[in-house]
Design a protein around this ligand. Structure first.
Ligand code: SF4
Length: 270
C-alpha cells in the first residue's frame, strides 16, 4: 500500500530507521502511544499507523491520554478524533494539576514533578492495557534542546534515550520520532487535519527561560549555518568517549591495566 504523500514516505523512512537503529518495535508488540493531543503525539500515532499497515513486523496500537484534570482541557475533541480515525483510546482522568498546585510554590517549575507523575500513570496504564512498549512523541529538536540544557545548566552531557527500560524492567519507553524534526511533526499533523489540543496547564507555552533561550540559540545558529541541528543529532550517535573528561569512561592507566589483566585471566580459564 502506497503512502499518502512523498512527505509521509519521508517521515516513515526516518521513523523506520529509528525503529531499526534502536530496536524499538518487535513482532507482536502492543504499542501504547502517550497521546496528549499536541502536534507531536498526533504525528506519532498517525505515522505509526501508516507504518503498521506496511511493516513486515506485526504490532498493535492503543492510545492513552493522561488528563491532568484542567477544566478547559478538550478531551472530547481527542476522543471524537480518535473514534473518527478508528484509533483505540483510553483516557485516564487524574488530579495531577491539583497535586502540582498544592506541592509547588508559584515560582517553581512544575515540569519535572508533572513528568514523574504522568510517567507513573503511564506505567500503570501500560500494565492495564497489556502494552509491551510505551511510545512518546519526543522529536529530534527535543533531543538536541535537552542536550544543550543539560550542557549549559546542569553540568552533564546527556540528552534522552530513544529506548529506555524502566528501573524495575517492566516497561520499555520508546521515542520513534528521534530523527523527525519539530517542524516536520508540526507539518505532518497539520496536513493530516488533526486538531492540536493545548494541555491547559498554566505554564504550558510559557516554557522555562532556559529552554526558550536554547530554542532561540538553535534557531539563530541554524539560520547562519544550515545543518547545525542535524550535526548535533549526529553527534549524539557518534561519541568519542576517550576525548571527554569523565573518569568513569576513562579510568586512570593503572585501573585500566588491572581490568585488562583480569580479562586476560578469564580468557585463559575459558
Ligand atoms: S508544561 Fe505543564 S503539562 Fe507540560 S510538563 Fe510542564 S507542568 Fe506538565
Amino acid at each position: 500500500m502506497a503512502y499518502s504523500s512523498a512527505f509521509e514516505k519521508k517521515l516513515a523512512r526516518k521513523t523506520t530507521r529509528a525503529i531499526v537503529d534502536f530496536d524499538l518495535i518487535e513482532e507482536g508488540d502492543r504499542v501504547m502511544v502517550g497521546l496528549s493531543g499536541g502536534k507531536d503525539s498526533w504525528a506519532l500515532i498517525h505515522l505509526l499507523e501508516a507504518l503498521q499497515r506496511r511493516a513486515p513486523v506485526k504490532f498493535s496500537l492503543i492510545a492513552v491520554n493522561v488528563d491532568s484534570g484542567y477544566r478547559d482541557y478538550k478531551h472530547e475533541t481527542l476522543a471524537r478524533t480518535c473514534e473518527q480515525r478508528g484509533w483505540d483510546l483510553r483516557i485516564e482522568h487524574t488530579t495531577i494539576g491539583e497535586i502540582i498546585d498544592e506541592k509547588l510554590d508559584a515560582r517553581a517549575t512544575p515540569c519535572s514533578l508533572c513528568a514523574r507523575l504522568r510517567r507513573g500513570v503511564l506505567y500503570r496504564m501500560a500494565t492495564e492495557v497489556g502494552a509491551t512498549k510505551i511510545a512518546l512523541g519526543h522529536h529530534a529538536d527535543d533531543f538536541i534542546e535537552t542536550l544543550l540544557l543539560n550542557l549549559f545548566f546542569a553540568g552533564t552531557l546527556k540528552a534522552m534515550p530513544a529506548r529506555l527500560v524502566s528501573d524495575d524492567r517492566r516497561h520499555v519507553v520508546i521515542r520513534p520520532l528521534v530523527y523527525v524534526s519539530e517542524e516536520e511533526a508540526r507539518e505532518y499533523t497539520e496536513r493530516a487535519g488533526l486538531p492540536v489540543i493545548g494541555c491547559c496547564c498554566p505554564v504550558c507555552g510559557d516554557l522555562s527561560l532556559q529552554r526558550q533561550r536554547v530554542k532561540r540559540l538553535l534557531l539563530d545558529l541554524e539560520r547562519e549555518h544550515p545543518g547545525v541541528k542535524q550535526s548535533m543529532l549526529k553527534a549524539l550517535g557518534n561519541v568519542a568517549s576517550r576525548h571527554l573528561l569523565d573518569r568513569r569512561l576513562n579510568p586512570p592507566a593503572e585501573l585500566r591495566a588491572e581490568v585488562l589483566s583480569r580479562v586476560d585471566q578469564v580468557s585463559m580459564v575459558t
